[in-house]
Design a protein around this ligand. Structure first.
Ligand code: ADP
Ligand code: ZN
Length: 422
């Protein structure tokens, strides 16, 4: 049954992108495949992948499969400059997304009788509005908190008595810490479940959150390119692996080096094909997220396959306080500043519950030879920190170091030290 539906939808979407998106027409032609080649689900394998770079090359609207007059919403992936990924939705896409987010809430045991505190950021980021529409679809009462303003959030948690909370796992810990500092017994709040995602987290972190907040913590997965939050969601009964909404998304795991499709259970890069999206359909989109598929039946009775928690990335993308950052973006900003050398190190850590980023970068001899050295250095540090904040949306501590003091590499440079133990 599901397979028949998937095949029907897959055929439709492949036809549609071939006729409406110049990029797909070109890459299908280059790979000598046509929409008619889809006879079974397995035939998808013969089609080329879509990469993040392809989306960037078609920035901002080049991948849209409908005219702008049919697009009712735009979002963009977090923390990037001109090269961010812009995604669009038709009215029906928003309905589907709301429906899938509502399914996520149901999987978390929520009903219209619940009050949902939504602390995902509202704005270009998909988290806030995605969860919001899903909560309304469910008929629950949604508190559109958005991120930040932590003290106020604690007050609302006490006064409005929400039964569920949505935010990043690190923000959940942050709230718990802040609450404790304010003398609030966070375990005695009415909260009973949390829906956490948008960044990697571990089983250990789950236990910690459950413990400090006195709730059940569930994992939700998504990415703007494929829809936003609600691509996959854990169920309350299983709490192991996230059910993928396979009636809307086809998933494959591939070997990131060779592109070869792996059997279920093996760890690889997740590749998604959207089979119902209208405005921004993607065929075989390489997420760079590493995980594995779980095909064993789940305790909850859902027959949708699951994906394990994301174990890492096959590229160097960092997620710092929920913002996606590529070291190459930092490099571009550093190198645009006069006197800065192309030698740097990024040190990512976690202070309490907050991610921190330190940038160590070498400056040229002439800067150190300058009479006003200290002042010049301070100004440069300030300038770099400001540019990083302005362009990427993350705060960084910048430390300028003397020429030739940072490590040099013989093979592949390893410029990132991620010390977070999550
Ligand atoms: P979002 O879908 O969170 O709005 P982005 O599109 O900016 O935001 O980021 C998507 C990326 O976030 C994913 O490709 C993945 O790397 C990461 N991510 C999202 N949810 C999770 C999760 N539950 N666990 C680990 N990583 C996640
Ligand atoms: Zn389940």
């Amino acid at each position: 049954m599901l397979e028949a539906l998937q095949l029907k939808r897959l055929k439709q979407v492949v036809q549609r992108v071939y006729h409406t998106v110049g990029f797909y027409r070109r890459v299908f032609d280059e790979a000598s495949v046509t929409p008619d080649d889809i006879k079974t689900l397995d035939d998808l394998k013969r089609f080329p992948f879509t990469s993040k770079q392809d989306l960037r090359d078609n920035y901002p609207f080049g991948m849209f499969a409908v005219p702008m007059s049919s697009v009712v919403r735009l979002h963009a992936s977090s923390g990037t400059t001109g090269r961010s990924t812009v995604v669009g939705y038709t009215k029906r896409d928003i309905d589907t997304w709301s429906e899938l987010m509502a399914r996520c809430f149901v999987a978390a045991g929520l009903t219209k009788n619940d009050i949902i505190h939504n602390a995902y950021g509202y704005g270009l980021f998909t988290g806030g509005l995605g969860a919001h529409y899903g909560a309304e679809k469910l008929g629950a009462s949604v508190i559109p908190m958005s991120g930040g303003n932590t003290k106020r959030q604690i007050m609302i948690l006490q006064d409005f008595g929400p039964t569920a909370i949505c935010c990043t796992p690190s923000y959940a810990l942050n709230l718990a810490e802040q609450g404790k500092a304010m003398g609030v017994d966070m375990r005695s709040l009415k909260l009973r479940v949390g829906i956490f995602g948008a960044e990697p987290w571990s089983e250990k972190m789950r236990q910690e959150i459950e413990n400090v907040l006195g709730i059940k913590a569930l994992n939700i997965f998504g990415l703007s390119e494929i829809m936003g939050p609600g691509v996959a969601m854990e169920c309350l009964e299983g709490r192991h692996g996230m059910h993928i909404f396979e009636d809307h998304f086809l998933v494959e795991t591939i070997n990131p080096e060779t592109g070869e499709v792996l059997p279920p259970g093996e760890e690889g890069e997740l590749v998604f094909t959207t089979i119902t999206k209208e405005a921004f359909p993607l065929v075989r989109y390489r997420t760079r997220d590493l995980s594995r598929l779980i095909t064993e039946p789940c305790r909850c009775g859902r027959t949708l396959h699951r994906m394990d928690r994301v174990m890492g990335r096959s590229d160097d993308m960092l997620i710092i306080r929920g913002v996606n950052v590529f070291p190459s973006q930092i490099e571009a900003i550093l190198l645009a500043i006069k006197g800065v050398e192309p030698h740097y190190q990024l040190i990512v850590d976690r202070a309490g519950t907050l991610d921190t980023l330190e940038i160590q970068v070498e400056v040229g001899e002439q800067v150190f030879a300058n009479a006003d050295e200290v002042k010049v250095l301070q100004n440069m540090e300030r300038q770099i920190a400001k540019d990083i904040k302005d362009y990427l949306g993350v705060s960084a501590k910048v430390k300028l170091v003397e020429p030739k003091t940072l490590q040099r590499f013989e093979g592949k440079a390893s410029r990132v030290q991620d010390k977070r133990r999550i």
